[in-house]
Design a protein around this ligand. Structure first.
Ligand code: OGA
Ligand code: MN
Length: 292
């Protein structure tokens, strides 16, 4: 079996056909998918809804699942192998306007890369649609290798070697959401990571950006924030964006080491949107940090 790869954007992103995501993945197919992922950074698989175990089992072909990313302790609606990216509570009701989980989730509408604020950052995210909205709720992605490569040389020189501090509480505070307990804050201390990294599989450099960044280390705060803003603006310019209008059964994979994404608004107190994410840890990166 060979996979069919169709480009979705002239700079990155591809649609993959010819894979049955519900079955164990043959080695050659896994290799073909990995090669497409290395090249395109974002892959979209149209298909039928997967159970939690089917989605998680498929994901495990590409690494180790992130252990449940609980910041807010809630009674789970789905099992522990996936992250619940829905607007639905444990009683299958829509979150109310003032629900803390809803306000927290709004942060997903800011450009970010997953778990950049965690000790073990995310390598791949695999988001799958069970219920989609009639309008809005798209997910947008950009390739930050493209963003890096299109920077003026002067900017490349300026950001070479710079390190940024990431925290989940920074992105939430950007929307004015600061309702966290001391215990929650203590559970996720900020982490410092280079602004530019090398994407090993493609040999290309990538910007490592996110709304989780509070400031640049060893730089005055306003200059650092301004720099991050400018880089984010550059990386997310219109021509660089691929937008997925979700259909039930779609699975989108992105490489968090070299992409940014954000959800788009929708009428979330009226319509259900049920997406579930398998997240794979970047253990190699965490180990390299530990050793440094
Ligand atoms: C995510 C995420 C955006 C969306 O699942 O990591 O940011 O469109 N999702 O729901
Ligand atoms: Mn995300």
């Amino acid at each position: 079996m060979t996979i069919v790869v169709e480009k979705l954007h002239d700079k990155f992103a591809a649609r993959i056909r010819g894979v049955d995501l519900t079955k164990p993945l043959p080695v050659d197919v896994r290799k073909d998918i990995q090669a497409a992922l290395d090249r395109y950074a974002v892959l979209v698989f149209p298909g039928a809804p997967l159970t939690e175990d089917q989605q998680a089992d498929f994901a495990e072909n590409f690494g180790q699942l992130e252990r449940s990313n609980i910041i807010m302790k809630v009674k789970a609606r789905i099992g522990g192998r996936l992250a619940d990216i829905s607007n639905i509570d444990e009683n299958e009701q829509l979150f109310g306007e003032y629900d803390r989980r809803r306000m927290f989730s709004l942060g997903n509408q800011l450009w970010h890369t997953d778990s950049s604020f965690k000790k073990i950052p995310a390598k791949y995210s695999m988001l799958h649609a069970h219920v989609v909205t009639p309008e809005g709720g798209e997910t947008q992605v950009v390739d930050t290798r493209v963003a890096y490569e299109t920077l003026p040389q002067k900017m490349k020189d300026r950001i070479d070697g710079l390190v940024a501090e990431h925290s989940i509480f920074t992105s939430r505070a950007k929307l004015g959401f600061t309702d966290f307990t001391d215990e929650e804050r203590a559970s996720l201390p900020p982490v410092a990571r280079p602004l530019v990294r090398s994407h090993k599989e493609s040999g290309r450099k990538a910007l490592y950006l996110a709304s989780h960044i509070s400031h640049i280390c060893d730089m005055n705060v306003p200059d650092g924030k301004m720099l991050v803003r400018e880089l984010l603006e550059h990386a997310t310019q219109k021509e660089f964006i691929y937008e997925l209008k979700w259909r039930v059964g779609d699975l989108m994979i992105w490489d968090n080491r070299c992409t940014l994404h954000r959800g788009r608004p929708y009428d979330d107190t009226l319509h259900r949107r049920d997406l579930r994410r398998a997240t794979l840890e970047d253990l190699e990166y965490a180990a390299a940090e530990e050793a440094a």
